[in-house]
Design a binder for this molecule. Structure first.
Ligand SMILES: NC(=O)c1ccc[n+]([C@@H]2O[C@H](COP(=O)([O-])OP(=O)(O)OC[C@H]3O[C@@H](n4cnc5c(N)ncnc54)[C@H](OP(=O)(O)O)[C@@H]3O)[C@@H](O)[C@H]2O)c1
Length: 337
């Protein structure tokens, strides 16, 4: 398959390809981990220009950063590395804390640099707004990392518009990473402020964690696969959501494309309306899917497709995260906002 040419654009001071590679599933959340196939996938991505790698300190409790670091050690100059800190799972997932004290920020960054085996992180995200300190303290500590040359650009994940404004007043924020796809549009509450401040959107889980591709057998997910407990995949909600995947499949068939490509192309097609740049980071553990996903950049959705896909965000059943899920909302706790 001919690969699309990967355009790039700026997120703050750094240049990134408009499509990156989500590495999370190579270590955790989607069942098993296959080291060699993951390395091969990362290498294929870099060869094809999908050279923004997205990881986090918590993915596989460090495994994912080590994996990414090993994969790129001989090609660091061809890669943009994005990682995240801020979810402390050390007390167990049920007791996880969203942290951002200055000393913690510094320690997390140094640990990530060690695991990645690099001197600088290109894009460093706060994974979730902190519970126990004001976001200004966290972003000031992140800004200190920029001054130290350990980080090039700052990002935030899953913040509100108000949190973004407060953070941006402390140091320019290059990107907000939030779930964004045909079936998850919550971040559209934040994009007007992103547009105003010149902050790019990095859309995570653009394939609806695989659901929108129509290739996941919901009845055969391993217990270690978090989708086996995810409200959108299971029970009546999961059954109802099949109707969404069916619309994507039908659009794809009419256009001679794959459902995954339709889902990705839809996400890019929202950039003009949102007024922000859109970077997607689809996750895959299979080298052959890099080119397939990349071809979405060449897929033009016609008016009929866009009008069939537009209502799908309203049709989704079930929460994005189940109770106790690592990325889900933290149970009630004191919050300094
Ligand atoms: N900031 C946050 O809080 C946050 C939260 C979650 C994720 N993320 C980041 O976002 C990245 C992407 O999200 P995600 O991986 O959760 O979900 P996703 O990209 O929506 O979907 C990944 C799933 O889609 C499958 N897939 C990929 N390409 C495919 C294709 N062409 N055809 C059929 N299936 C395909 C993958 O399986 P195979 O491996 O079998 O291809 C995997 O099961 C993550 O890797 C992570 O880096 C960030």
């Amino acid at each position: 398959m001919r690969s699309a040419i990967v355009r790039s654009h700026r997120l703050g001071d750094i240049e990134v390809p408009v499509m990156g590679l989500g590495c999370m599933g190579m270590s955790e959340h989607y069942g098993g981990a296959d080291w060699d196939r993951s390395i091969a996938t990362i290498h294929e991505a870099i060869e094809q220009g999908v050279s923004l790698l997205d990881t986090a300190d918590i993915y596989g409790s460090g495994h994912n950063e080590v994996l990414a670091g090993r994969a790129i050690h001989d090609r660091r100059d061809r890669v943009r590395l994005a990682t995240k800190f801020g979810i402390d799972r050390s007390g167990g997932d049920a007791n996880r804390r969203f942290r951002g004290e200055a000393a913690y920020v510094q320690r997390c960054c140094e640990a990530s640099l060690l695991r990645l085996g690099v001197d600088v992180i290109d894009l460093y995200y706060l994974h979730r707004p902190p519970q126990d300190v004001a976001i200004e303290e966290t972003v000031a500590a992140m800004a200190e990392l920029v001054s130290q040359g350990k980080v090039r650009a700052l990002g935030l994940s899953e913040v509100s518009a108000a949190e973004l404004r407060r953070a941006h007043a402390v140091h320019p924020i290059a990107a907000v990473q939030s779930e964004y796809s045909l079936w998850t549009r919550d971040v559209e509450q934040v994009t007007p402020v992103m547009a105003e401040l010149g902050v790019g959107l990095v859309a995570y889980a653009p394939l609806g964690r695989g659901f929108l591709t129509g290739t996941i057998d919901r009845t055969k997910l391993a217990p270690t696969d978090f989708r086996s407990r995810n409200p959108r995949f299971q029970g009546e909600a999961g059954d109802a959501n099949e109707g969404i995947a069916e619309v994507v499949r039908a659009v794809a068939q009419r256009l001679g494309a794959k459902p995954a490509q339709v889902a990705l192309a839809w996400t890019y097609a929202q950039a003009e309306r949102l007024g922000t740049s859109v970077t997607t980071i689809p996750g895959t553990t299979r080298p052959e899917r890099i080119g397939e996903n990349l071809a979405a950049l060449d897929l033009v959705l016609d008016e009929q497709a866009l009008s069939e896909l537009a209502p799908l965000g309203e049709r989704v059943s079930g929460e994005r995260y189940g109770p106790g899920s690592v990325g889900g909302p933290r149970p009630a706790a004191p919050s300094v906002r």
